[in-house]
Design a protein. Sequence first.
Length: 344
Amino acid sequence: MSRKTLLRAGPLWQGGVSPYGLIEDPGAGGLALPAGFGGRVVARSGRKVAGLTWHAAPDGGACFPDGTGWIYVSNSALPLVGGASALRFRADGSIGDAYRILSGTELNRAGGATPWHTWLSCELGHRGRVFECDPYGTRAARPRLAMGRFKHEAAACDPDRQVVYLTEGERDGCFYRFRPGDWGDLTEGALEVLCASGGWEPVPSPAALLKGTRHQVRGARRFDGGDACHYTGGVCFFTTRGDGVLWAYDARTSALERVCDGVLAITSAPSGDLYVATREARVDVITPERAVAPFLRLDRPSGAELTGLAFAPGGGRLYFSARRGRTGGETFEVAGPFRGAWAR
């Protein structure tokens, strides 16, 4: 992963020149892309894919290496029957298998991948939990209760400081970090909350039996509905759903920057570019030089929310889902000459 970040002097250059040129007219499925790129739907809610009925309301996602192929994991944001499923891709991009990796949970909105190749699926419900899941489908998912009981949205691992950042889906939610006792084992550890002073304070009762975690530390900083979360190059980027802000927390200096507005989801590419899903069903690219330009647009279905952005190992394929209504959704793959990619 590139060590470049966006934390440089000066504002973002909105309307910058895209490294891929202009978006062309939409093709099949309403997906508009730059020249040289192609897209396809790899799964649709309620329809069979490799023998599995793909889940409704697809949300957060991530990719994992799998021999010469790879795996894409996707959460389901349904109440009561949420969970997560996986698609296993062969080296040529064909789908070899599809299977569930988490069941019996609800409102699994976002999450995050770990450096040891597990998937953290987060429940948004009251006193929600974080489940550590095996994307390869061989081990049962396990709740990681030490990471707190609150409306979890997303998780992002910081291997440099050996912590996991967590967002909270409340209008007065907080931004947390979890310090495991042993990096690579999330069974035990300390939950801390970011304070208005810029420092971190321990949450006295992560289980939140009597008082919500966000109300336990007097000086905790508030955010308007924490949402997506992604760590790269010493910076944890996260979004807030209420106001659509993209934030950047520099873990090296403890500086917090408001980067831009209108962003819902985020990931990064090997080039150091950020890819952000906007409220207009568009994915923009933000270069390390702070230029912002459209990369793709989804014209159909109207009103879709783009979620689950993730690059396959090698950086040559981008996955995301378009969630529409309460249950519908499609999961897309975009392939092409991404900057910094070493595999297609």
